[in-house]
Design a protein around this ligand. Structure first.
Ligand SMILES: C[S@@+](CC[C@H](N)C(=O)[O-])C[C@H]1O[C@@H](n2cnc3c(N)ncnc32)[C@H](O)[C@@H]1O
Length: 218
């Protein structure tokens, strides 16, 4: 996720066009602006948000888990793509982020029954969620924060559902074979585990900070 390139920049490259193509509501823009002022929580780029909405719509999502809600921007995009009666479960270990997400959802008029915000880490919260019950699971933030729970994360997704991990192309280090820093190594391990999992059909989408997407097969 790039905090230094504003969305809807005047750039002429494909990435800038993809961001301009994605139409954010005023509430999304407000959530984005708030998120930039929170430490460590760069929000999804517009093109990534729009892709999350399309993926959620594609699986007819009624139930989605967002691991690392941040300030709620990704959640707003997911809710845009989900069914009208869909419920988003968003967890974050930072109360300030959760407060920002709650405000983002309230400002956008999201009915209270459509979003469950849970304080906690993946290790604390995921065991309380029902396995195989979710149409889509979206992981944000550092892979080391959820890589140990990857099997549990995959277990949440129903057959036919979608897994998304955001951020693996940030700074371009995953593609650099000489890069050995812990975060890059963790991304490679997550990507390899997803690619090698027989029940998953996976791809990397080079938009924004990069999306690792996978569809769960029987
Ligand atoms: C990059 S932000 C997500 C932004 C979000 N995708 C959006 O566009 O609104 C990552 C979030 O993960 C949360 N996070 C990081 N490590 C965590 C952990 N171990 N447990 C729970 N949340 C964590 C951070 O607090 C942060 O809010």
């Amino acid at each position: 996720m790039s905090a230094d390139r504003p969305p809807s920049s005047g750039g002429t490259d494909g990435a800038a066009y993809a961001d301009r193509f994605a139409t954010e509501s005023p509430e999304m823009t407000a959530a984005r602006n708030r998120a930039f002022h929170l430490p460590g929580s760069p929000p999804v780029e517009p093109a990534v948000g729009a892709t999350l909405a399309v993926l959620a719509a594609g699986v007819g999502a009624r139930s989605v888990v967002s691991i690392g809600s941040g300030g709620g921007l990704a959640g707003l995009w997911l809710l845009r793509g989900m069914r009208a009666d869909g419920v988003l479960t968003a967890l974050d270990g930072d109360p300030e982020q959760l407060r920002a997400a709650r405000k983002a959802f309230a400002d956008a008029g999201v009915a209270s029954g459509r979003a469950r915000l849970i304080f906690g880490t993946p290790a604390e919260v995921l065991p309380r969620l029902s396995s195989g019950a979710y149409d889509m699971v979206v992981c944000a933030g550092q892979p080391r924060e959820y890589s140990e729970q990857l099997a549990q994360v995959l277990g949440l997704v129903r057959v036919g559902g979608t897994l998304v991990c955001h951020g693996l192309l940030q700074d371009g280090r995953v593609a650099d074979r000489t890069a050995r820093d812990p975060q890059t190594v963790a991304w490679r391990e997550v990507a390899r585990a997803v690619r090698e999992e027989e029940t998953l059909l996976s791809a990397v989408l080079p938009i924004g900070a990069g999306l690792l997407v996978a569809s769960k097969r029987a």
